[in-house]
Ligand binder design. Structure first.
Ligand SMILES: Cc1cc2nc3c(=O)[nH]c(=O)nc-3n(C[C@H](O)[C@H](O)[C@H](O)COP(=O)(O)OP(=O)(O)OC[C@H]3O[C@@H](n4cnc5c(N)ncnc54)[C@H](O)[C@@H]3O)c2cc1C
Length: 366
């Protein structure tokens, strides 16, 4: 029996370590990747070998060269059918979850998503029986639900267990032996209609920031009032070096694209500063922003959940508060520029040889 990880170089170390801890002593840990014609598998195989992966199955087809969830899911279901592994692990990312969902539906297998703890039946994770595993063919997993506010214990008893592994997974300290990872080429049939969902174009963000990486997110909800209402949020985000986010009401109304949505069915963020403008703070939104270091809520309703939970709350109309905040930032920016100019002029006017504290402490400050 082997365990399969659906991995790339970024997620391979973690997934391989988790797979090793779940695998039985004699189980091989292998990997599968999807590729077009020219993909050089040797580099990935070398990387995976360092994490104890003994075989890399490279599934090639012209429709698999770039992300195509239906095609990847179908190809994975074919691989599962061919190899009959005891389990398949993928990262609990949007992609990992989407691909395993398609594969699970096609293969008729159960899928446990967002697992933070996994124990195999014959693996090295001690289940208390003293022999390192129960041997009953059941995996015991703990998974997060509802965006992380709930932990669920579950048992997976299917012949092939499909699991997505959360970034916050506990990784038991099981020794990993580096292996010579063999590359096995594998061809699959992919019906052309499965290429209907695929990457058509890649557009680089102008600021180089995305919702998940930006230090500041200025987010708007129904209270912003419409697509035009986001202009002031754009200005504030730009001044603070951040990006604009939104609630699902804003995406449902077509005010913002879905990639801006924060929450359970959007992006989970952990910004330094999250500014929630006219957002009530429903649980499905809150779970997407609650990991931010500082949350500032602006809302007309002091009883709104976002106002109750935020670090700072401003009771007021976003259409009045945001322009005032921008004006204050502009005023302070101008004052700072004026103060710097004054200091510079004073230094220029000081007689040569005089050594005021300011000029000697910060001679290059301009
Ligand atoms: C399965 C599921 C998944 C979901 N996933 C998500 C998700 O990922 N992200 C998400 O956001 N939601 C999600 N939702 C929807 C969620 O439950 C809420 O409906 C949604 O977050 C509400 O958006 P809102 O706060 O913009 O609107 P509302 O709840 O209508 O709140 C608007 C707020 O604006 C305030 N307001 C009104 N006018 C002003 C003004 N002029 N100035 C200041 N404040 C004002 C109001 O007091 C109110 O608090 C999901 C729901 C379900 C069922």
């Amino acid at each position: 029996m082997q365990l399969i990880v659906v991995a790339d170089a970024a997620t391979a170390p973690e997934l391989a370590a988790v797979a090793r801890s779940v695998a039985g002593r004699d189980d091989a840990v292998e990997a599968v990747t999807f590729a077009g014609a020219g993909f050089p598998a040797a580099d990935l195989a070398r990387e995976l070998g360092g994490h104890g992966v003994s075989r890399l199955h490279v599934v090639r087809h012209e429709l698999l060269g770039d992300y195509a969830p239906e095609a990847w899911g179908s190809a994975l279901a074919t691989v599962i059918d061919r190899l009959g592994p005891s389990g398949v692990l993928a990262p609990a990312t949007h992609r990992g979850t989407e691909v395993l969902t398609h594969a699970a539906a096609r293969a008729g297998l159960p899928l446990a998503t967002n697992c933070v703890r996994l124990a195999g039946d014959g693996g090295s994770v001690d289940d208390g029986s003293g022999d390192g595993g129960s041997g009953d063919g059941v995996w015991r997993v703990t998974r997060t639900r509802s965006g992380g506010v709930l932990l669920e214990d579950a048992e997976l008893a299917a012949p092939v267990k499909l699991v997505t592994v959360a970034a916050a997974v506990e990784i038991p300290g099981v020794p990993v032996q580096a292996a010579d990872c063999e590359v096995v080429e594998s061809a699959v049939d992919v019906p052309p209609e499965l290429g209907r969902t695929r990457v058509a174009e890649r557009v680089a963000s102008e600021t180089g920031l995305s919702l998940s990486t930006a230090p500041v997110v200025v987010s708007g909800g129904r209270g912003v009032g419409g697509a035009d209402g986001f202009a002031v949020l754009e200005q504030l985000a730009e001044r603070l070096g951040g990006v604009v986010g939104c609630s699902r009401v804003a995406t449902n109304n077509g005010w913002r694209p879905h990639r801006d949505q924060v929450g359970l069915t959007g992006t989970k963020i952990a910004a330094d500063l999250y500014i929630a403008c006219g957002i009530s703070g429903a649980t499905q939104h809150w779970v997407g922003c609650m990991d931010s270091a500082v949350i500032l809520a602006i809302n007309t309703d002091p009883e709104a959940p976002m106002m109750q939970r935020a670090t700072y709350a401003v009771e007021g109309d976003v259409h009045e508060v945001l322009p005032a905040v921008l004006e204050e930032i502009r005023r302070r920016g101008e004052s700072a520029v004026a103060a710097r100019a004054d200091r510079h002029a004073t230094e220029e006017a000081a007689p040569a040889g005089s050594s005021s504290a300011a000029s000697s402490a910060a001679p290059s400050a301009g």
